[in-house]
Design a protein around this ligand. Structure first.
Ligand SMILES: [Zn+2]
Length: 217
């Protein structure tokens, strides 16, 4: 079973990927990790990607697709993969379709973990980190005993620039602009499954498994 996983930053996508990985024995293929691996091992594709990155240019989609193709050809994906971080744009989605056709495989589902912007802003902008020991806290979900102070080491808690509400809003705008055409594309292809990503984590996990089981049945 081959699945594409989508979700805004803060949607809880990683939790769902872990669940699918362990319950269905699928390989989690995150394009960020794949890039790091190819760069670290100085593969031909990694070195090619680096020539673009060194000049500040975006790595062309065909390079990323070639890395993906190599990754999903390895024996550890024989049971299927969960693709995370790709595609992000319509041309990438089309390139992915061409790749799976060429490999005589198919995508079984595109899971979209849907969470409202307000909820994501609440989740991300509540995060706090200790300057001393880096322990994470959360204003709503894991508040420190004393405001602004780390429970573990007494250090000062701060908010990362990435988690400031205006930055989160900008990241969400980018996400919506890029993914709206993808959602239409996969909806038209009959592959899109929307998972309500708000509420209790165990309920969200159950929704994901129910959706996947309905595909298998
Ligand atoms: Zn601390």
């Amino acid at each position: 079973m081959n699945i594409v996983l989508f979700g805004a930053p803060g949607s809880g996508k990683g939790t769902q990927a872990d669940q699918l990985k362990s319950e269905l024995n699928l390989q989690h293929v995150a394009t960020g990790d794949l890039f790091r691996e190819n760069l670290k091992n100085e593969t031909e594709l990694g070195l090619l990607a680096k020539t673009y990155m060194d000049t500040g240019a975006l790595v062309p989609d065909d390079v990323t697709v070639a890395m993906l193709k190599e990754r999903v050809s390895r024996p550890d994906t024989s049971n299927g993969f969960i693709l995370d971080g790709f595609p992000r744009t319509l041309p990438q989605a089309e390139a992915l379709t061409a790749m799976v056709v060429e490999m005589e495989q198919k995508l079984d589902a595109v899971l979209y973990i849907k969470v409202s912007d307000e909820e994501i802003i609440k989740r991300l902008s509540g995060r706090l980190i200790c300057r001393g020991c880096q322990t994470p806290f959360h204003l709503h979900f894991k508040p420190p005993a004393k405001e602004g102070v780390c429970d573990s080491c007494g250090g000062e808690l701060y908010q990362r620039d990435d988690d400031k509400p205006e930055t989160v809003r900008a990241r969400l705008n980018t996400f919506h602009t890029q993914t709206a055409p993808l959602i239409d594309y996969y909806n038209d292809a009959g592959l899109l499954i929307e998972i309500e990503g708000e509420g209790d984590v165990s309920e969200i996990k159950a929704r994901t498994m129910t959706a996947i089981k309905s595909l298998k049945g």
